[in-house]
Design a protein around this ligand. Structure first.
Ligand SMILES: Cc1cc2nc3c(=O)[nH]c(=O)nc-3n(C[C@H](O)[C@H](O)[C@H](O)COP(=O)(O)OP(=O)(O)OC[C@H]3O[C@@H](n4cnc5c(N)ncnc54)[C@H](O)[C@@H]3O)c2cc1C
Length: 368
């Protein structure tokens, strides 16, 4: 690790101490963590992983470390950060030179991004997308509603995927991406969703009513825009799952020493030791698989990223289940943060490809 990378990681740990203090409020009240995001941008984290000349061009190996620090403290903040980085990566990879120059300087200095593909009617499969883009003289008019979007409330700049109304192409070639700023006429924020976990992510709907997007803001290849951002998102979501597993393990280690039953520390019980041992093996395996994930991201290997995300997000549930068994009523209650970790850990199973669809797709690729 270079001196600069060490500094970025050290500072992430420092910032995370403050995020941890605010995490309960973010979770309990569903507060959007604006203060955390402001501190992230002020400390250079919005620029850290954007390639040069727009950002610092730091490596994916550091990205997973930094995301883990944030996630151990406040998973909602880490999730917003991952989604932002994924959307920015998509813009960097698929945008024209002019688009990058126009938008990425803002993005690297604090404009929060999101990526909007999902609709209630289409869900996990995007082939039936109903948001349409109709060609106008100087651009496209967007009409439709995007659902379950991270930072719908709180985000400022979105990559929106829509079906081209006049396209003769079949799916997926009939999809394009549109760079849309909040404040554009016809771009509204819809309902906000209450959720079991990740309660601070400003989760909601984006509504488009004759929203005219200039042709300069169009990214022709919509699927490439989803995938390029999605690949970084898969890595980031996996890092969040690993961090939640590690955080739960640390809580358990302390709990088994301090909790006594009939005068004996919980950690003296054979069954509890076995659970701790299984958790630590799972976490070590996840650690190694994430390293493979960093390599897969650099090679842009979608099948390998699927292996990583499927394995890590599912293993996390196994680890958290054991954490709940070890800590009993304490873990089930809000006396310990494990119940929050468990609720937060469901999200990485659902976005940047659901676990089921991820396995379905990988199983199909493996047969070719
Ligand atoms: C916390 C969170 C944040 C999100 N943020 C965003 C965002 O920023 N932008 C965005 O575009 N979307 C976002 N999403 C939406 C997410 O991508 C969708 O939830 C996901 O695509 C699945 O859609 P659905 O929930 O409607 O499930 P459905 O499509 O209704 O599917 C229901 C279940 O069936 C399973 N299933 C579906 N098809 C198959 C199949 N072929 N084989 C096996 N199982 C299948 C799915 O895995 C799922 O578990 C977010 C979701 C969550 C939970």
């Amino acid at each position: 690790m270079s001196t600069q990378e060490e500094l970025i990681l050290k500072n992430a740990k420092e910032l995370s101490k403050r995020f941890a203090e605010r995490a309960q409020r973010v979770d309990k009240q569903g507060v959007f963590p604006s203060e955390n995001l402001r501190e992230l941008s002020e400390n250079g984290y919005f620029a850290a992983f954007l390639p040069k000349p727009y950002g610092l061009g730091l490596p994916a190996s550091l990205f997973v470390e930094v995301v883990q620090e944030f996630a151990k403290a406040c998973a909602s903040t880490a999730w917003l950060y991952v989604v932002h980085c994924a959307a920015a990566h998509s813009l960097y990879t698929c945008g024209s030179e002019e688009q990058k120059q126009r938008f990425l300087s803002k993005v690297s200095t604090g404009t929060l991004m999101g990526l909007a593909a999902t609709e209630t009617t289409t869900g996990a499969g995007i082939s039936g997308m109903e948001t349409v883009a109709t060609k106008k003289e100087d651009g496209y008019a967007l009409n439709g509603t995007k659902s379950f979007i991270t930072a719908a409330h709180g985000g400022e700049l979105f990559i929106v995927i829509a079906r081209l109304a006049d396209s003769k192409e079949q799916f997926p070639k009939n999809l394009s991406a549109f760079i849309v700023e909040k404040g554009t006429s016809g771009f509204l924020t819809g309902q906000r969703f209450e959720s079991m976990g990740m309660r601070g992510i400003g989760w909601g709907e984006l509504v488009f009513r004759e929203c005219v997007v200039p042709k300069e803001n169009v990214i022709q290849d919509g699927v490439r825009a989803i995938n390029s951002g999605g690949h970084l998102g898969m890595l980031g979501a996996s890092a969040i799952s690993l961090a939640l597993s590690k955080a739960a393990f640390e809580v358990c280690k302390t709990h088994v020493k301090t909790r006594t039953i009939s005068g004996q520390a919980l950690g003296q019980r054979e069954g509890v030791r076995a659970l701790l041992s299984e958790m630590s093996s799972d976490i070590e395996a996840m650690n190694q698989v994430i390293k493979f994930g960093v390599d897969a991201f650099q090679r842009d290997s979608y099948p390998d990223l699927l292996k990583v995300k499927n394995f890590v997000t599912e293993s996390c549930l196994r680890v958290l289940d054991k954490a709940l068994r070890i800590t009993g009523a304490h873990g089930y209650s809000t006396l310990l943060p494990i119940e929050r970790y468990y609720r937060d850990a469901r999200a990485p199973l659902l976005h940047f490809q659901t676990l089921e669809l991820g396995k379905n797709v990988l199983g199909s690729i493996l047969q070719t």
